[in-house]
Structure formats: C-alpha cells, structure tokens
Design a protein around this ligand. Structure first.
Ligand SMILES: [Zn+2]
Ligand SMILES: [Zn+2]
Length: 237
C-alpha cells in the first residue's frame, strides 16, 4: 500500500482528477463529473434489512418478501448503490485489474450516502479474504474501502477481528443450500467483540450468504448488534 500511495501521490501532482466514468477533468476534490454522478444507480429504495433494491413505488421502510418470511440475523443493511453499470465495471476494475485509485471515488459515494446515518456502529469490520486469495490479489478491496470510510466517519476499523479460515469455492451457480454449506465454519473471531455494535463491510452483497455466515460467527462471539454495509447490492437474489 505504501508503493500505491506514493505512486498515487505523484500521479495526482502530474494529472488533474478525472471522472472515473467518462474521463473528463473534474478538479481536485470532485471525483465524478456532475453528469455522470446524476446517473449513478444509487440504491435509494431498498429493504432496510438486507438492502435489496425495491421498486420506486415501495413506501419507505418496506421489508422485502424474503426478509418478512425469513428475518435476517443482522439488524439492518445499508448499501449506497445498486450493482449495475457503471458501478459494476468500476468495482471489477478495482478488484481484478488492481485499479486501486478507484477506491477513493467509490468510498466517497458511500460516504455521501452515509452522511446522516442514525445510531452508527462503534466498530467497522471488513469482510476478510482467505490468505490464499489475498496473496493472489495482493489486497482486500473491502479493507481498502473500509479504511477510507472509517477514517471519514471516525469509526474504529478492526480488520484483524475475524479471519477467513476456510477457502471457499466460488458461490456463483450454487443453490442457496449449497452456498450455506460451502460457507459453514469459514470464519473465526480473534478478538473480544462481546457487547459491540459492529458494521460488517463488503464491497458487494449478492445473496447475503457470506455476510450471514459471518454474522452468525460474530453473534456466537457475543457481538450485540450487527449492521451490514456495502458499496453495492445486486438487484436480484
Ligand atoms: Zn463523467
Ligand atoms: Zn430484505
């Protein structure tokens, strides 16, 4: 990260900030140009529990059908955006093409939306990667984003609190039952979190299986309340 920070700093002296979507120069503090910002898929109508995007006509605080039938074990969910273009492309570039300069503009979208969140958590925990995956990728995108959020919101960032102790196969294409089985006992708590109000942070929530398994582990460790934060949420389960 030190190398990245130095390179990023040098680049920032040489080049004006450019909109991550269209590439036009925006000035030093603005990441997205006004035109692109206005069209970003903000997740303004969402289930307050699992953050599933709901139709615009849904009244505020409406729970999705799934949360009514099977209430989640976490307290509430918040995601800034829907996982749609251009956000899905930007997150993929950050993760898979090591475009770490995108972490700040993306985290900033979350910060914009978190602004007046009531009853904030006392600890922010990024979803950990398995050490093998971390070695392969070189960084954990959720930690890089959470680092920026924690700094801005003055939250305690605890990225050592949980470890991913089992390397799980890709979840794509697995049934819900198979996903649960795949993730069972995937995490371990290394810290005393008893009585804490934590927010788990992931870059993207798809089915919620990972975040649910991690929540289960944290509740067993005595955590009092868990909120789920993510940059983006897939619209369909
Ligand atoms: Zn733009
Ligand atoms: Zn829901």
């Amino acid at each position: 990260m030190v190398v990245y920070n130095c390179l990023d700093f040098i680049q920032s002296l040489a080049l004006p900030e450019r909109c991550p979507c269209c590439g036009i120069a925006t000035g030093s503090q603005q990441f997205f140009c006004h035109g692109c910002y206005r069209t970003l898929p903000f997740n303004n109508h969402a289930c307050p529990k699992c953050a599933l995007p709901l139709p615009p006509q849904a009244p505020p605080q409406t729970l999705c059908g799934r949360c009514i039938q099977h209430p989640p074990i976490f307290h509430r969910g918040f995601t800034a955006l829907r996982y749609e273009a251009p956000i899905n492309h930007l997150i993929s570039s950050l993760k898979f093409n090591k475009q770490l300069h995108l972490a700040e503009p993306l985290a900033n979208l979350m910060i914009d939306r978190l602004g007046d969140i009531k009853d904030p958590p006392d600890t922010l925990i990024p979803v950990p990667l398995h050490p093998l995956r971390l070695r392969e990728r070189g960084f954990n995108q959720s930690l890089e984003l959470a680092r920026l959020l924690a700094k801005h919101q003055a939250l305690n960032l605890n990225w050592r609190a949980v470890r991913r102790i089992r390397s799980t196969t890709a979840q794509t294409g697995l049934s819900e039952k198979a996903r649960r089985k795949n993730l069972r006992s995937a995490f371990e708590v290394n810290d005393d979190l008893a009585g804490r109000h934590v927010a788990l942070f992931d870059d993207v929530i798809t089915t919620g299986a990972t975040i649910t398994e991690l929540s289960r582990t944290l509740l067993r460790a005595g955590v009092k309340r868990i909120d789920i934060w993510a940059l983006a949420r897939t619209p369909i389960l």
